[in-house]
Design a protein around this ligand. Structure first.
Ligand code: MG
Ligand code: MG
Length: 251
């Protein structure tokens, strides 16, 4: 048997509390991502809010990551390090963060358009969000991980967009990264069976180009190899008997 951790109702409640704090932190930063603002300032907003809730930013110090959030702009796909990069009108800003509250962890990411983004980027963002929803729609008992993966890839494929194949969603909740991996591509009907009590982060990353990526010299930031824009959305969900419950929102 694999190392998939099934959570109790009390554990899921803990992850839900962490997820609500994270949803509010991401809402806050969505309103502050304005032209002229640096990514370091956005990171400080997130960290301050998370700590004000008696929680910790999970990413800070994780494998040496220096900030509370990964902030990645345009061709940066994931794992961007906040710093003095200034946000401009038309940018697509991806904010990915984790919250640890009383030992429970939630992980979520959003793509935030700054003012008017061009039509292709707007569509990229909408399709990536739709791909996440399609994946979440498959997260129910008796389905398999591949059903999530396939649903995500189908939405991308139908829209003519590329899936980044080098980074996956994952189990989460008691540790940031747990089993199983949740790829954003692949056939339906394969992989570990989903069970009530699993908590997983589903996180499609789509691009306007060919979907190939490379690692920058900072050893963290992942960019598209062709310089085309990328979008990323992520929710932590619980598999329940009735399907997925999104834990990184307030409802
Ligand atoms: Mg994340
Ligand atoms: Mg994640």
């Amino acid at each position: 048997m694999s190392g998939i951790v099934i959570k109790s109702d009390a554990e899921i409640e803990g992850i839900r509390r962490a997820g609500r704090i994270l949803a509010r932190a991401l809402d806050l930063v969505s309103n502050k991502a304005l032209p002229g603002c640096t990514t370091a300032v956005l990171d400080a907003v997130i960290e301050e809010f998370i700590r004000s809730q008696g929680a910790e930013p999970t990413f800070k110090g994780y494998r040496g990551f220096p900030a509370a959030a990964c902030i990645s702009i345009n061709e940066e796909v994931i794992h961007g390090i906040p710093g003095d990069r200034v946000i401009k009108e038309g940018d697509l800003v991806k904010v990915d963060a984790g919250v640890t509250k009383d030992g429970f962890i939630a992980d979520s990411a959003r793509s935030i358009p700054v003012g008017d983004v061009n039509g292709d980027v707007k569509r990229l963002m909408e399709v990536t969000s739709k791909a996440l929803q399609a994946g979440i729609g498959q997260a129910r008992p008796e389905n398999r991980v591949g059903d999530i993966s396939h649903a995500v890839e189908e939405v991308a494929r139908a829209a003519g967009l590329a899936v980044v194949r080098d980074y996956f969603g994952h189990g989460t909740g008691l540790a940031l990264h747990e089993e199983p991996n949740i790829p954003n591509f692949g056939p339906a009907g394969v992989g570990p069976r989903l069970q009530e009590g699993m908590t997983i982060a589903i996180e499609p990353m789509l691009t306007l180009g060919i979907g190939k990526v490379k690692l920058c010299e900072d050893r963290w930031t992942v960019v598209t190899a062709d310089g085309k824009s990328s979008a990323h959305f992520e929710h932590t969900i619980a598999v329940t008997e009735n399907g997925a419950e999104i834990l990184t929102s307030y409802v």
